[in-house]
Design a protein around this ligand. Structure first.
Ligand code: PHB
Length: 395
């Protein structure tokens, strides 16, 4: 039965190829096919803008190198993951099983990422994480086919604690969306803040994607800490900044954050954002030719200002271009592909970075302050910060 089907299939293929005059060896035909690139990102909800910025960045990096991957054209597949963790496995399976993508680029939300992680670990599909910082993805659940171009959730906040204590803010309230991203960001904050001599007087939170901050802001006013530190991103960050000012806290209790707080939201937040200090692996105002060239090209192409998400998307595109070039477009040559991606030096608008052993960027963390709708760099808070990669058994 198996033999018969094989014979039939083969002869059908030969008839097909012969009738179009293309009697080429299998391998050449396979390489001539388009590379199937899947984008699994949020295009609706709190993180919708983040998804768009990432896609823009990915496309721009590939376009700059001729719009192909290792000489092959690209076919794009897109899924809106809605930042909905309960649909993570199903959405990732659509791209991997139904669309048979060669690479899945996704996603933003850590909870959804866990679904992707399951699917790509099972299938062995190449995955590039352009944002979600879920620790497990490059720690206990690390995998040879999974690469992250963004950060782990505790990386930015590991740089935050000392900066706050240095400014005399020794008692802080922490507030966040309660899910992996916020909880892991807290780990980095708590560790760096207490090590520098600060005390976390209270942890506050609300479920993602709720944005009813009022009761929590009233509680902060009553607690009277020296400072507030937080994790919020996207639409929620813009609202938190505005509500913080509207509650009369701006200028009274210093507001700090993981840098996502002030990424992509400065138009929406307006003057309420001025003076917020954050730590992040990128800053709009980095005074390097590379960053300036990137910002100009992005603004010209997309008629909007790039942010850290655009940079992470751009670096995902750069990583893929480099990997595909090393194997001349044969993405099935996994050993050589992964080796090239592992040893890539990414010439990023954020500054050059490399992959850690567990496939997460080793990168500088900048201290920034918001001034006139821009994240201005104040200096490097931590140089070449690597995630611990704890529990990753690979290589
Ligand atoms: C995450 O869920 O991992 C996440 C989402 C948005 C951010 C950063 C991290 O800006």
């Amino acid at each position: 039965m198996t033999t018969r089907r094989l014979v039939l299939t083969r002869s059908a293929a030969i008839v097909g190829a012969a009738s179009t005059g293309l009697l080429l060896p299998q391998i050449v035909r396979a390489q001539g096919n388009k590379v199937r690139v899947g984008l699994m990102l949020p295009y609706t909800g709190t993180y919708a803008q983040l998804g768009v910025a990432i896609e823009n960045g990915v496309r721009m990096a590939i376009q700059e190198k001729g719009g192909k991957l290792g000489g092959r054209e690209i076919e794009w597949f897109k899924v809106d993951d809605e930042s909905e963790p309960s649909k993570g496995v199903e959405n990732a399976s659509r791209l991997v099983q139904r669309d048979k993508v060669d690479v899945l680029i996704g996603t933003v939300h850590s909870g959804v990422q866990m679904g992707i992680q399951k699917v790509v670990r099972d299938s062995g599909t190449l995955c590039i994480i352009p944002n979600a910082g879920a620790h497990a993805a490059t720690r206990a659940l690390c995998a040879p086919n999974v690469f992250r171009t963004s950060f782990t959730n505790s990386q930015p906040t590991l740089a935050l604690g000392k900066a706050m204590v240095d400014r005399g803010h020794k008692k802080a309230v922490w507030i966040t969306h309660k899910y992996a991203a916020g909880d892991e960001a807290f780990e980095g904050f708590r560790d760096s803040y207490t090590k520098a001599g600060g005390t976390v007087v209270k942890e506050l939170g609300l479920p993602f994607p709720q944005v009813e901050f009022q009761a929590l802001l009233t509680e902060i006013a009553a607690l009277k800490p020296d400072a507030v530190a937080c994790f919020f991103a996207g639409g929620a960050a813009a609202k938190f900044i505005r509500d913080y000012a509207a509650a009369g806290l701006k200028g009274k209790i210093a507001l700090y954050g993981s840098g996502f707080l002030t990424e992509g939201v400065l138009d929406a937040a307006g003057p309420a954002a001025d003076g917020i200090i954050t730590t992040m692996h990128y800053s709009d105002s980095l005074d390097t030719p590379r960053n300036k060239q990137f910002r100009l090209a992005y603004a010209t192409t997309f008629r909007s200002q790039p942010d850290v998400y655009a940079v992470q998307g751009y670096d995902s595109g750069q990583l893929l271009v480099q990997g595909a070039a090393a194997v001349k477009g044969d993405l099935n040559n996994k050993q050589a592909l992964y080796k090239a991606m592992e040893s890539a030096v990414i010439d990023s608008p954020r500054g050059k970075w490399t992959m850690s052993k567990s496939h997460n960027p080793v990168q500088d963390m900048y201290l920034r302050v918001v001034e006139n709708k821009e994240n201005k760099v104040l200096g490097i808070a931590v140089k070449a910060l690597a995630d611990s990669g704890a529990g990753c058994k690979m290589g």
